[in-house]
Every structure is written in C-alpha cells, then in structure tokens.
Design a protein around this ligand. Structure first.
Ligand code: GDP
Length: 532
C-alpha cells in the first residue's frame, strides 16, 4: 500500500491494530468513518456504510446475505496514516451480535471505547470493557458528541471509575460544550487547540493553537470560558492521576479524549496521540511460550468465521489474525489442530468497502481466507512444524437458551450438519444433557436475534425447518472442579446440568439466587462465566 519500502522489521513496527467498542449509537460508526477520512481512504464522510437501524438488524443481515458479500459488520479496515499501517477491527453495531465483538477483541491489540458524553458509561460498554480488561489490552476512551449538551467532564471521569473500575487520564480537556464546543486543551503539548472549519464534518478540521495563558484566547473564547478552563486544568494537574505509560499499556489507566466525531473536532489529535502511545503487536502467549511477532515463522489464529453467503457453495471466510512472520500469498501452512497442510491461495484483505487479494501481510494484519469447512474459531495456522498453538478463544456466556429439534426426522443429518457448522462459526453454542443423545439439543445465544438467524440459515442453507422452544434459563456457568461427579453434586430444582461441545460440565440457571445456592451447597466448586 505504501509507496515507501519498508523492511520486515519496519512493517511490524508500523502496525497498529485495534477495535472500537461502544454502546449502540454512541458514535462508533461515525468515528470509524472519520478515522478513514484522516487516513485518506475516503474523501468525504458518509460513504462507508449506511446506518443500520437496530430494529432491522436481522433483515439487514439477510439482505447482506442475499448480496453474497462479506457483511459490513465483519470488515477489517486497513489504512495508512503518517507511515503507520492501521487495522481497525470493525464490530457489529447490534448488541445481539456482541459475541462477535467479544471474539474480535481477542484479535485486537488495543481498544477504543466510545462514550456518548450525555449518557456516560452504558450497559453494552460495560460488557465489552470487561472483555478488554480480561485481556489486559490498552483501552482508550473517546468521549463523543461534545458538540451537544452532555455531562460535566469531571462527572464522566467519575462515572468511568465507578462503573468500570478504571481510572482515567484526560489527554485533552474540552473547552465549551453544546454548540459552543470550541476546542480542547491538549495536556501533552500544553496548548489550546481551537477547532475551525471542517465543513460540518465532511472534511478535515483545522485548528488554531496557542499557549493557555495567551491573551488572544480571552477574546477568542470569552473571558469566562477562558478562566474556567485555566482553573479546571489546574485542578486536573493537582488532583488528577499522573500520566503513566506503563499503566496505560497494561490497561490499568485509560487515556481519555474529548471530541465530536460528527464535526471531526478532536478526531485527528486523538488519532495522533493514540499512535504515539500504542505499541506495535506484542508477543502472544502460546503452548510454546510467548511468540515474538518478528519471528521468521509465519503464524496466526482464527478468531472469526463468516459464512460466505453463497448457498450454492456454502463456503466461508475465516478471519486470521497474523501474530508472527511474513505472510505471502499462496504459501502452504500447517493447520495445527487438524494436523493438515493448507494452501492459502486467495487471501483477502479489506480496505474500506473493497476486498482485495493480498500478496503480503504482517503481524497485526487480518486476512480473510477461504474456508471449505475445515476451520474452527481458535485454530492456529503456522508455517513451520512446531505445533504452535495460540491460547484458545473463550466461549462467552450466552444469555438466552432454547431447545431445538428438526420438524422432519428424515432431515436429521442435515440438521446436525447445520448445527455443527453454525457452532463452529460461533453463531451459536450447543449443549446437551449428559446421557441423552443428539435428539434434544440446547442452543445458547448471547442475543435473541441469533435464534432468528439460526432458524433462517438452517432453512435456507440446509433445508431444515426446526421446532424451537425457549427455555427460562438466563445464566450459564462453567464448572471448574477437580474430579467433578454429577451424582454427588447438589443443585437447586430449577437448574439444569448440561455438557458443552467439549463435554465440559455446564450449569444453566434461571436467576442469580440459584447460582449462589449452588455455590453454597457445593464446596470446592468454582463457577466461571467464560470457558476456555
Ligand atoms: P454507533 O451505533 O455507535 O455506530 O453510532 P453511529 O456512529 O451510527 O452514531 C449514532 C448517531 O449519533 C448518528 O445519528 C450520528 O450521526 C450521531 N453522532 C455520532 N457522532 C456524533 C457527534 O459527535 N455529535 C453528534 N451530535 N451526533 C453524533
């Protein structure tokens, strides 16, 4: 992509890979679009994708399927900025597909958390934040919509600390709000940056800069705002946390930026600061210890599988996060879990709306590879014979459950094939009761719309009509216990013991009270919300 010639070491060093998380409507799509605008990928905003209304998420999904393209929800966007090569892992907007987001976060090196300044931390942000925290990746906060009335910035800092349990370090501080958002004070550069132009967010915004005590700002901002700003900055410097790079890189302190994605204000300074602070891909844990991205051995893992939407072929695209070595088109690699060789013939990369065939790719990059049905989420591919396996991708707790069977018993084979493939794609999680055959399957999903997608796809891709009956369970816990023995295990009446696909014991609960009850009754049991 770049005109410059970078060697392998430089290529790795200039990579930055991150995902944007937010509660729906906080402005993730708009911010993504603006980052692409600054990256020069798009010339005017509003061209990346149309707004997806929450209500129509399933039908959108089906519409996309009809077009037989890679869904916009699964895109990985790559662009260049200032010699950096940036990969944004896009995630579905609708919370019912948030399991996809959880997995995508496994492939990201950093997360950007977009918060609506009027709403503060919302429900979905909380859940996604927990996944980032579990991974210990750096989390950047972008307080969005500063062009509108919002909460007091100090209140937002408090909100983040109280609700998410992470302290924040404001990298910049807003000057004026509601229609009167004039710019920010940049705490690193110790200067005021006033926004100017930007053509209502269509094009890149310009800034007027200067020292905070510069008298010109009293007239530009008005004395009252200028004085308030000076006081607030003083307060932050005295009472706030210090900038601590190590804590930021360990995900213990979140650098916080104020801006408005819609008007572009604060977007470019955010991007520059983000690039400044973040590191290139780091070594990743595996069964052979940490793997250095600069190693010669090409390796990566699959974090997402997307049906390729072509019913005639039923092929799929597996998304591979490259962790080490150089990828070259056509190379043959080992599929470690299956102990098989695979040729990566038509690898794809994603540039804004376009898919292109990629010739080379580097650690931090994501490539889409054709999957004839051999990949599972969490699989490792590597070039040498080392049997390297990256740490698996956890299964996240579904919140809705249904019993499902085929209407027509002659279609059992297709039914099971469909269920298996959809479960490998991570669309659903499948459980069964111990000692009961495959006649009665229990399906767990994170969002109820996944049930609709399941029924739709079983019918359209596998020709199977299903009967499904919703079950009253809302919570799932994986049992961690040495020598687990179901017969000695004491359970509340309304709780069900099942096995997951790996035959691990799992409990389905209807309420939190039952979970506490199970823990009290069974000493030495540890119940986990995530399975690995
Ligand atoms: P997502 O669901 O998080 O992807 O949110 P979107 O980017 O689609 O934005 C949701 C709505 O908020 C849209 O109507 C946007 O135009 C609007 N929006 C996004 N950013 C801003 C902003 O900075 N200021 C204002 N006023 N509106 C914004």
């Amino acid at each position: 992509m770049s005109e410059k010639n970078f060697n392998f070491v430089d290529e790795v060093r200039r990579r930055r890979t991150f995902a944007i998380i937010s509660h729906p409507d906080a402005g993730k799509t708009t911010l993504t679009e603006k980052l692409l605008l600054y990256g020069g990928v798009i010339r005017s905003a509003g061209s990346v994708k149309s707004r997806r209304s929450n209500k129509h998420a399933v039908s959108d999904w089906m519409e996309i399927e009809k077009k037989r393209g890679i869904s916009v929800t699964s895109s990985v966007l790559q662009f260049e900025y200032d010699d950096f090569c940036i990969n944004i892992l896009d995630t579905p907007g609708h919370q019912d597909f948030s399991e996809d987001t959880y997995r995508t976060l496994m492939a990201a090196d950093n997360a950007v958390m977009v918060i609506d300044c009027a709403k503060g931390v919302e429900e979905q942000t909380k859940k996604l934040f927990q996944v980032c925290k579990m991974r210990g990746i750096p989390i950047f906060t972008f307080i969005n919509k500063m062009d509108r009335a919002g909460k007091d910035p100090f209140e937002l800092m408090e909100d983040i600390e109280k609700v998410l349990g992470i302290r924040s370090y404001p990298m910049n501080w807003p000057i004026g709000t509601d229609n009167n958002f004039k710019g920010v004070y940049n705490r690193q550069k110790k200067q005021i940056e006033l926004f100017n132009g930007g053509n209502h967010g269509q094009s890149i915004a310009e800034t007027i800069t200067g020292d905070i005590d510069d008298a010109k700002f009293s007239s530009l901002l008005g004395e009252e705002i200028h004085e308030k700003l000076q006081n607030e900055i003083e307060l932050l410097d005295i009472a706030g946390d210090e900038f601590n790079l190590e804590q930021i890189l360990n995900g213990q302190l979140t650098p916080m930026f104020f801006g408005s994605a819609l008007t572009n204000f604060g977007v470019e300074p955010f991007l520059q600061s983000f690039l400044d602070i973040t590191t290139p891909p780091k070594p990743r844990a595996s069964n052979l210890g940490d793997i250095d991205p600069q190693s010669d051995n090409f390796s990566g893992f699959i974090f997402k599988i997307q049906a390729n939407m072509d019913p005639a072929h039923r092929d799929r695209i597996a998304f591979l996060r490259i962790c080490s070595g150089k990828f070259e088109k056509g190379m043959t690699v080992n599929h470690v879990q299956r102990n098989k060789k695979v040729r990566l013939a038509q690898p794809q990369q994603f540039l804004a709306q376009d898919r292109i065939i990629v010739d080379t790719a580097y650690p931090g990059d994501i490539i889409g590879i054709h999957d004839p049905g051999i990949f599972k989420i969490g699989d490792t591919l590597c070039e040498d014979q080392s049997k390297l396996q990256y740490e698996g991708i956890p299964k996240f707790a579904p919140e809705h459950f249904a019993k499902i069977s085929t209407k027509n018993s002659l279609k059992r084979k297709q039914f099971l094939k469909g269920i298996t493939q959809l479960s490998e794609e991570g669309t659903i999680q499948v459980y069964k009761r111990p000692n009961i055959g495959m006649e009665e399957l229990i399906i767990g999903v994170v969002g109820v719309l996944q049930f609709e997608v399941l029924e739709y796809r079983l019918k359209n891709e596998y020709g199977v009509d299903v009967i499904s009956e919703r079950l009253p369970f809302r919570y799932i816990r994986w049992i961690k216990m040495d020598n687990f023995d179901a017969s000695t295990f004491s359970l509340p009446m309304d709780t069900l013991l099942v096995e997951d696909e790996d035959k691990k014991p799992v409990l389905l609960f209807q309420n939190e009270w039952s979970i506490r009850h199970a823990i009290e009754r069974n000493k030495n049991v540890v119940l986990k919300e995530v399975s690995l």
